[in-house]
Design a protein around this ligand. Structure first.
Ligand SMILES: NC(=O)c1ccc[n+]([C@@H]2O[C@H](COP(=O)([O-])OP(=O)(O)OC[C@H]3O[C@@H](n4cnc5c(N)ncnc54)[C@H](OP(=O)(O)O)[C@@H]3O)[C@@H](O)[C@H]2O)c1
Length: 254
């Protein structure tokens, strides 16, 4: 049976919901009649004003969390557990490609250990903390989905161009975490389907500096990206546990 068929009175959590793909997930889930409650995390009130604009919607609960900190993730799990019996859908949209001094490396000359660590801290580690802290809540629902927005560029097999060391490697590490989580959950949380999702190049802050050579038809508005990803999520079955999906529903090599 497909996941979407069982979403009546569902509870969803969107991590990294202040802007971009995460914010659009919140918008579309708020409109979805099957979902009764949407929890949305942000780390900084200053960059979350677009999210706060939806706070008068009774379905939405905004929670502050720095996704790299386990104590914050544990608090998110506790806040959800205080209000809901279980969690049906978790989508982690936290990610960084560039930020101030942090820029994707074109060659080995630009490698710096601190910056590499920063990529791993933000792009890889939050997902495994979420898997640890949300396991009991995901287990309490008949069917649940644990998804993280990864990137095709993190596929080792698909890497033909090189470059962007930190971003690529942190997404490859994220992918390995997801595969591992899928294996452990298949034994302990068999009702949870764990997936990595590639959104396609999407018009957000993250892709802005790199859009020049992207043909317009390959640069998706966030609305299209999230509609496509929610469609994939809806159609997931237990057999998809541990898969890496592209925006068009095709499977990507890890
Ligand atoms: N856009 C694309 O073309 C594209 C392509 C492939 C994959 N992706 C992936 O899609 C995901 C979403 O990216 P996006 O395009 O929506 O980018 P975005 O608009 O820059 O949004 C990134 C989100 O991550 C949050 N974030 C960053 N560091 C955080 C931290 N330490 N703790 C908590 N939240 C943190 C940001 O919060 P603040 O607002 O506070 O900074 C923001 O909500 C990322 O994983 C990205 O790698 C995007």
């Amino acid at each position: 049976m497909m996941f979407g068929d069982q979403l009546q009175k569902g509870t969803a959590l969107v991590v990294g919901a202040s802007q971009g793909i995460g914010l659009e997930f919140v918008k579309q889930l708020l409109k979805d009649d099957r979902i009764e409650q949407v929890f949305a995390t942000y780390r900084n009130s200053k960059s979350a004003t677009d999210l706060f604009a939806f706070e008068d919607n009774a379905k939405l609960r905004c929670l502050q969390a720095e996704a790299t900190r386990e104590a914050d993730i544990a608090q998110v799990a506790a806040d959800i557990a205080a209000q809901r019996e279980s969690l049906h859908l978790m989508v982690n949209c936290v990610g960084v490609l560039h930020h101030g001094e942090l820029q994707p490396e074109k060659s080995l000359r630009q490698i710096e250990a601190e910056r590499l660590l920063n990529y791993f801290q933000i792009n890889s580690i939050p997902t495994v903390l979420l898997a640890k802290q949300l396991q009991p809540l995901l287990k309490k629902s008949d069917r649940s989905v644990f998804a993280t927005i990864s990137a095709k560029i993190g596929s080792i097999e698909d890497n033909r161009l090189g470059g962007w060391y930190g971003y690529r490697a942190s997404k490859a590490a994220l992918n390995m975490f997801l595969k591992n989580i899928a294996i452990e959950y298949s034994r302990k949380n068999p009702q949870t389907t764990v997936v990595a999702l590639h959104p396609g190049t999407t018009n957000t802050r993250l892709s802005k500096p790199f859009q020049r050579n992207v043909p317009p038809e390959k640069l998706f508005p966030v609305e299209r990206t999230v509609t496509q990803l929610l469609d994939i999520i809806d159609r997931l079955t237990e057999r998809d546990n541990g898969s890496f999906f592209s925006w068009d529903g095709s499977r990507l090599p890890w």
